[in-house]
Design a protein around this ligand. Structure first.
Ligand code: C2E
Ligand code: MG
Ligand code: MG
Length: 724
């Protein structure tokens, strides 16, 4: 009776490779196994067997142990070493009671052995069982492999999963879930409660509710997930995204639940970092502008509801740009960080008195060198002023930055809510106006907002926006005011004075717009324009045949602090063709004293070009005589404020005399500014002041008018009591 193959998925016959050197045995095997439903392939020696094995792809091998050449053990070993030979069952035919051969066959990798003579019918069945067992092993092997793959994938994805059988109470956790919790499998009795134990207490309630809702829903399916934390055994916390699916039986009772737990800690950390960056200033670590505005909005609401007061302080560092330009951005950054620390310390006492977070003060970096402080609750306006005074005192102490001692002062505006604004925008606008008021009034102070400040702030804004376009619209021009030598009446120089005639704002004084140009940085282009224009005008006059005289150009603070000022001056001189000695640069004494060492260096570099240097507005600043000696200057210009009352005020007269004496002692020449009256002129002449400038001789004139004046007087102004 032919045997039918037990589990051959295709209708093909199982293929058996029979290896035997005995032709009779081969023939017998072929017949018997053919009858038993096998396709038989024959090999009469070991090498043929190895060759056929690779090409015919047999399901099983039956092989005699005793063969000449390669024996059965050797062939078996070689087959097992082939990539396709690992799992194919190999049956070895040994002699009766040959126990040694049996052992050797196993060692060589045989699957089973059979002793001669064979019972062919049983042998057919035996081969079929062996094939089936081998298939099952193969499937098991595949299953194990895919479980390993799944485990790897779960580990890489940080995805754990669980199952919960409601009928039996059985719970399964995947390896990855165990490893997420840092627990070894087998050490924990698995149930619903053991999972909850791993969830931080404050989050359990929400998780329970989520699961309960799924059960209560009564319908099979997937729920929207929940995010919560898990505690790893070593104490660290994981952030996970938990999802689950529930199944109900026909009676509507929950039967199974499946869940996945995805570790999203790294993602969460990245999100937190982004959030931090969006909320905090990366340089100082203080809250940023948007956080500050949110907190002010909240504080304003609260103050209104509770009928209480709060305050906002707006700080801008005085002359910070100059420090940045002079010392470089690295030092500038260090300075901002130090200011942040000091500011935070200033509000610490208030912080310690506050009960809840919404009452705590908040310090923020609003941008650039601007800082803000929120005091959400104050008892009286005086409290805010007190904090402003503490801030002025604290920040004003010199700061040691990389071996450099730097002093920085703030200008502080204060606005009180609800008085000074209905919403955060109007409050911030007003506190900004108060801060600007302090700047205008001389900086390094604080001021409480009053309505009139808005007028000042509005004007400033108008000036700023119009000034941005002033150069390109040709709204700037220069006037020239003669400087007259007292001994001879000769016009020895002219000072170039900037004029701005704005179509919308009218004539604006340089006293008003130069500081704005300084703060906004517009001064570098404006200053360069002045320098070029003045030099080329002076050159034009020379070309017109007018007598040679100096042209004095005022330098602003930021221009002076510029690293390559000497290069610019040199370039402008070359471009215009003006002889170097015809250019004089006026620098105010405060500019020099801000950074004495740097100034000495800059002045020397300018002096090396051959230009003349004058200190403008002398007497109004805080020059020290010992420093004056170190500056390579040519001239002092006595400030107009002393000259105005020089004949009526004994103090001003003394100062003027002293300045002239000091200048002469140091070998410097003196120009008096703002001379309007004959008496002033007489006084200056008596004390041997070399030159004067003022309305007495001429107001600042446009270029053509000055040329005409020079023509008319032939370069010499009439002096009292002296005819020319
Ligand atoms: P300053 O350099 O001290 O210029 C002298 C100022 O006194 C000028 O005012 C001039 O018009 C004025 N003045 C001259 N003589 C008399 C007088 O007899 N009586 C009175 N009452 N005033 C007199 P101005 O042109 O308004 O300039 C004011 C300041 O603006 C200048 O003071 C200077 O610091 C600045 N400034 C002017 N032009 C420039 C410029 O091109 N660049 C820079 N950085 N600053 C400039
Ligand atoms: Mg001047
Ligand atoms: Mg002056």
């Amino acid at each position: 009776m032919p045997l039918s193959p037990v589990s051959n998925p295709s209708s093909d016959l199982y293929r058996v490779l029979v290896v035997d050197d005995d032709p009779t045995a081969l023939l017998l095997a072929s017949q018997a196994l053919g009858n038993a439903g096998f396709e038989v392939i024959e090999a009469s020696d070991g090498l043929t067997a190895i060759d056929l094995f690779q090409h015919a792809d047999p399901d099983i091998v039956m092989m005699d142990v005793e063969m000449p050449g390669l024996n059965g053990f050797e062939v078996c070993r070689q087959l097992r070493n082939l990539p396709c030979g690992k799992l194919v069952p190999i049956l070895m035919a040994t002699g009766q009671d040959d126990i040694r051969s049996v052992q050797q066959a196993y060692d060589a990798g045989a699957t089973d052995f059979v002793t001669k003579p064979f019972n062919w019918q049983i042998l057919g069945h035996r081969l079929q069982y062996m094939i089936r067992a081998s298939n099952a092993t193969e499937q098991l092997h595949e299953l194990q492999k895919s479980e390993v793959r799944l485990g790897n994938a779960q580990r890489i994805a940080r995805l754990g999963n669980w199952e919960w059988n409601f009928k039996t109470g059985e719970v399964y956790w995947s390896d990855q879930l165990f490893s997420m919790l840092g627990i070894r499998r087998g050490l924990l009795r698995l149930n619903y409660r053991s999972f909850l134990q791993a969830v931080p207490a404050e989050e359990r309630c929400e998780l329970r509710y989520w699961l309960r809702e799924m059960v209560r829903s009564g319908s099979t399916g997937f729920s929207s997930g929940i995010n919560h934390s898990l505690s790893h055994k070593d104490g660290k916390r994981l952030n996970v995204q938990h999802q689950a699916e529930i199944f109900f039986d026909d009676d509507g009772n929950p039967s199974m639940m499946y869940g996945t737990v995805l570790d999203v800690s790294e993602l969460k950390q990245a999100q937190d970092q982004i959030l931090r960056l969006a909320r905090f200033d990366s340089l100082t670590g203080l809250a940023n502008r948007s956080v500050f505005r949110q907190r002010v909005t909240m504080a304003m609401d609260q103050a209104e509801r509770q009928g209480r007061l709060g305050a906002v302080l707006f700080l801008d560092l005085d002359n910070f740009k100059r420090i940045n330009d002079t010392f470089g951005h690295g030092i500038g950054d260090m300075l901002l960080r130090e200011v942040a620390v000091r500011l935070s310390n200033c509000v610490l006492p208030v912080q310690q008195n506050s009960a809840d977070e919404s009452e705590m003060p908040l310090v923020s970096r609003f941008g650039g060198d601007e800082f803000t402080v929120l005091l959400p609750q104050i008892n009286q306006v005086k409290d805010a002023e007190k904090i402003a005074r503490i801030i002025l005192e604290t920040i004003g102490h010199s700061i040691d930055l990389a071996g450099q001692s730097v002093v920085i002062t703030p200008s502080i505006g204060i606005a009180i809510f609800p008085h000074h604004g209905d919403d955060v925008d109007s409050l911030m606008k007003n506190v900004d106006a108060a801060m600007y008021y302090v700047k205008e009034a001389g900086k390094n102070s604080y001021e409480l907002f009053v309505k009139s400040m808005n007028v000042v702030a509005k004007r400033r804004l108008e000036l700023e926006s119009n000034l941005r376009r002033a150069i390109e619209r040709n709204e700037l021009s220069l006037n020239y005011q003669p400087q007259v030598e007292l001994g001879s009446g000769r016009i020895v120089g002219v000072e170039a004075l900037l004029r701005w005639n704005s179509p919308s704002l009218g004539f604006v004084s340089p006293v008003e717009f130069i500081p704005i140009a300084e703060e906004t940085g517009l001064i570098s282009s404006i200053g360069e324009w002045v320098l070029r224009e003045a030099c080329s005008q002076a050159r034009t006059w020379q070309e017109q045949g007018l007598p040679e005289f100096r042209i004095a150009v005022n330098l602003s603070v930021r221009q002076f602090a510029r690293q390559n000022l000497d290069k610019l001056v040199n370039e402008v001189l070359l471009d215009s063709g003006l002889p170097v000695h015809c250019l004089e640069l006026e620098i105010t004494e405060n500019m020099l004293m801000d950074d004495v060492e740097g100034s000495v260096e800059t002045l020397h570099r300018l002096k090396a070009l051959g230009v003349c240097l004058a200190i403008d507005d002398f007497g109004t600043g805080y020059s020290s005589l010992s420093y004056l000696k170190r500056f390579p200057i040519d001239r002092l210009k006595i400030d107009r404020s002393f000259i105005t009352h020089v004949t009526s005020d004994q103090g001003d007269a003394s100062v003027t005399q002293a300045i002239i004496a000091v200048a002469h002692n140091l070998g410097l020449s003196v120009t008096a500014e703002g001379v309007e009256e004959l008496e002033q002129l007489a006084f200056l002449k008596e004390y041997n002041c070399e030159e004067v400038q003022g309305y007495y001789f001429s107001r600042p004139l446009v270029a053509d008018d000055l040329a005409q004046l020079l023509h008319q007087c032939k370069g010499v102004m009439a002096l009292p009591g002296k005819s020319n």
